[in-house]
Design a protein around this ligand. Structure first.
Ligand code: HEM
Length: 304
């Protein structure tokens, strides 16, 4: 298993030093709102955020990649980071993406996929042959890109689903433990850019769009759990479960305001999901277990 430092060094090998902004989704906007679990959510999880009381949230909408000036029209993922803070002080962080699958099946392949893209010392450029050989040997790293290539980008941060991708274990009020993945589904409906809009819209349209939208009223998402069926792998985030699996609407996220400029209260936050035994505990997905510690290393490097 790679160490957290090795993973962040892997990012730095490709991007250069991580000193001021996030190595992933550096472009983004901070927002705020609240979350309220449905009665079904309270039944399915004993975690404090699912009590059914209104929980305050700090939210970060992001654009994937490593470029703080990323193009909002690109076929990359959009991000939804959420910090839930209950009145009693319980905190839950999560970082979700606008694709149902991740780009690596486990942390070792994730790190190798970074390392192979670092500039070759001999030429100063990434070695295309080595990358091609790595991808051929690890086809799972192509799945997310294939999904994004076949899907038009979101027309708004408010009109795409955001998947949590990794599976978790939810312990319900009945004491039963159930594996599930979650998705935040836009109450405004799913709307994607047209091919024409991908050319005509300004490359930084997302922030203006969400500001104008929220000035008219809150932006809402339903948090939905999806449960695995027989044979569904709970440990591999590069494979989505079939759409016909049972689902439950467990809460409503309401976004009520957006920060005036970039940064704001989200800058010192890293949306790292911790194991919240017993209500929302980790599955055996190794990628999930490899997330929080590198997020902490990244936060420390970019804020110190
Ligand atoms: C081995 C697995 C992973 C590693 C090593 C990793 C690493 C990182 C790091 C280092 C950051 C920057 C943290 C910071 O400086 O605050 C980050 C941000 C992010 N990651 Fe991951 N990640 C992994 C898996 C995932 C998965 C599966 C998802 C999707 C569900 C995801 C979604 C995001 C998002 C949306 C952000 C930006 C959040 C924000 O706006 O602050 N990551 N990741």
């Amino acid at each position: 298993q790679p160490t957290p430092e090795e993973i962040i060094n892997g990012f730095e090998g490709v991007l250069g030093p991580v000193r001021s902004y996030r190595p992933s989704h550096p472009k983004g906007l901070c927002a705020a709102g609240h979350f309220t679990a449905t009665p079904e959510g309270s039944r399915l999880s004993v975690a404090p955020v699912f009590s059914g009381q209104r929980v305050n949230t700090i939210i970060r909408f992001g654009v994937a990649g490593a470029n703080p000036q990323a193009d909002d029209r690109a076929r990359s993922t959009r991000g939804l980071g959420i910090r839930f803070e209950t009145a009693a002080g319980d905190v839950l962080d999560m970082a979700n993406i606008s694709a149902p699958i991740f780009g690596a099946p486990n942390p070792t392949v994730f790190l190798e996929n970074l390392r192979v893209r670092a500039p070759d010392p001999a030429t100063g450029r990434p070695n295309a042959e080595r990358i091609a050989a790595f991808v051929a040997a690890n086809p799972a790293v192509t799945r997310q890109g294939a999904w994004l290539g076949a899907t038009l980008p979101p027309a708004s941060w408010a009109t795409t689903p955001y998947w949590g991708v990794n599976a978790f274990r939810f312990q319900g009020q009945d004491g039963q433990v159930r594996h599930a993945r979650w998705v935040f589904e836009p109450r405004a409906g799913v709307q994607r850019l047209t091919a024409e809009q991908m050319q005509s819209l300004p490359r930084d349209f997302l922030a203006d769009e969400i500001r104008a939208r929220i000035a008219q009223g809150p932006v809402e998402f339903d948090m939905v759990l999806q449960f695995p069926g027989p044979g569904d792998d709970v440990t591999n985030p590069t494979v989505a479960w079939p759409d016909d699996r049972p689902r439950a609407v467990v809460g409503r996220l309401t976004v009520t305001s957006v920060a005036a400029g970039p940064g704001g209260p989200c800058d010192p936050i890293s949306f790292m999901t911790l194991d919240q035994e017993p209500g929302i505990s980790f599955s055996d997905d190794p990628t999930l277990h490899a997330r929080a510690a590198p997020y902490a290393v990244s936060l420390s490097r970019r804020t110190n």
